[in-house]
Design a protein around this ligand. Structure first.
Ligand code: NAP
Length: 350
């Protein structure tokens, strides 16, 4: 099978590097174009990233000689994966979609647009068909699909089995988010060493609203949002990779701890889609009292799982637990790749 060609926008950033890494030897996709801002364009990726590559010991060989271009819609590729800063993503992604490209984005800008799918393939693969109304409404030959915020993805994966089995009424969540979630160079060391920061711009609104769209029902032209109340507090902590979230839930129906554990265990959705980047177990539950921990557990299932632990009764709502997930892999680059795989399976590309 001929591989589909992929261009990465924002290839020099934290998420962009992770895309470059994860797409090495991908069975369906081959990276043909790397793009970033004007200041990075014009030289080979190897040269541009010589002192900037920082997610693994070395830049994948295949990417070394690709010349970095500007993010203009004249790239030679079938699909565009966008890891652009949100300050520029809106217009650039729209330019690509208008010119006929399929865009799978990590940026926040289009996530909540009624005609843009906000996808977690294990949960709402059917929302992808919003593409048709998006193209009709906007007159585009291409389209944009998005993945959720990095904390939202792991929270929503953890909530989905509870939502389906018992119904969800209320959710309280406090996030402890890794430094790599703020991009590079991100938070100043003087602000975070020996400290934590109890504020991340715009983050709480995303965590409170995006799950409602993802868990909602798809109509022909928009999504009927799930009726759950979510309250979020988002903090930055001195961890390099992995967002940890402390979650309490109020269910609509009574459930025992065993019922809830069974719902996590039995969450094996959409296996039939056969997406190469799908984790075998999208949810992993750890029994030990002191897990999950970012240092130990963030790379389970190649960074594509949401890792849950410490399920116990809550004195105010019904149950509480901890969820951990990789912000750059399942929370961003891996999610955008999974969405691109879904586009192929559903016939929107290729
Ligand atoms: N980090 C995470 O865990 C995470 C998780 C989920 C979603 N996201 C989202 O993913 C996107 C990328 O995040 P990141 O953490 O990788 O950020 P980052 O490290 O700051 O990278 C930003 C990228 O955008 C490019 N860029 C900036 N200004 C540009 C311009 N005017 N024209 C073209 N390209 C431009 C940069 O290129 P230059 O290097 O040339 O400036 C760089 O490649 C953001 O929208 C972010 O919100 C991030």
């Amino acid at each position: 099978m001929a591989k589909l060609s992929v261009g990465i926008l924002g290839a020099t950033g934290m998420v962009g590097q992770t895309l470059v890494q994860l797409l090495e030897n991908h069975p369906w996709f081959k990276v043909t174009e790397l793009a970033a801002s004007e200041k990075s364009a014009g030289d080979s990726y190897g040269k541009v990233m010589k002192n900037r590559w920082n997610i693994s010991p070395s830049i994948p060989k295949y990417a070394q000689d690709i010349v970095v271009k500007e993010c203009k819609p004249d790239l030679d590729c079938d699909i565009v994966l966008s890891a652009l800063d949100s300050g520029v993503a809106k217009e650039v992604e729209e330019d690509f979609a208008r010119k006929g490209y399929a865009v799978s984005s990590n940026a926040k800008n289009h996530r909540m647009d009624p005609d843009v799918p906000l996808l977690i393939p294990e949960i709402n693969a059917d929302h992808v068909d919003l593409i048709r109304s998006q193209q009709k409404k906007r007159g585009w030959d291409g389209f944009i699909v998005t993945d959720p915020n990095c904390s939202t993805i792991h929270l929503t994966l953890a909530l989905k089995p509870l939502f389906d089995s018992f119904g969800l009424d209320k959710v309280m969540v406090t996030t402890m988010q890794a430094l790599s979630g703020a991009g590079y160079p991100g938070v100043s060391s003087m602000d975070i060493v020996d400290n934590m920061v109890p504020f991340i711009n715009d983050e709480e609104d995303k965590v409170e609203t995006e799950p409602l769209k993802i868990l909602g029902n798809a109509g022909r032209n928009s999504i009927d949002y799930a009726k759950i109340k979510i309250s979020a507090q988002c903090t930055r902590v001195a961890v390099k990779y992995g967002h940890t979230e402390s979650v309490s839930v109020k269910l609509r129906e009574k459930a025992s701890k065993e019922d809830i554990l069974r719902s996590f265990e039995e969450f094996r959705p959409n296996k039939s889609l056969g997406l190469p980047s799908s984790p075998k177990h999208p949810i992993v539950y750890l029994e030990q009292d002191n897990r999950p921990q970012p240092k130990l557990d963030v790379n389970l299932e190649n960074g594509m799982a949401s890792v849950i632990g410490r399920l116990r009764p809550c004195n105010i709502l019904d149950y509480k637990f901890i969820v951990l997930g990789h912000n750059l892999v399942r929370g961003a680059a891996g999610a955008a790749i999974l969405n691109a795989e879904l586009l192929k399976v559903k016939g929107y590309v290729g």
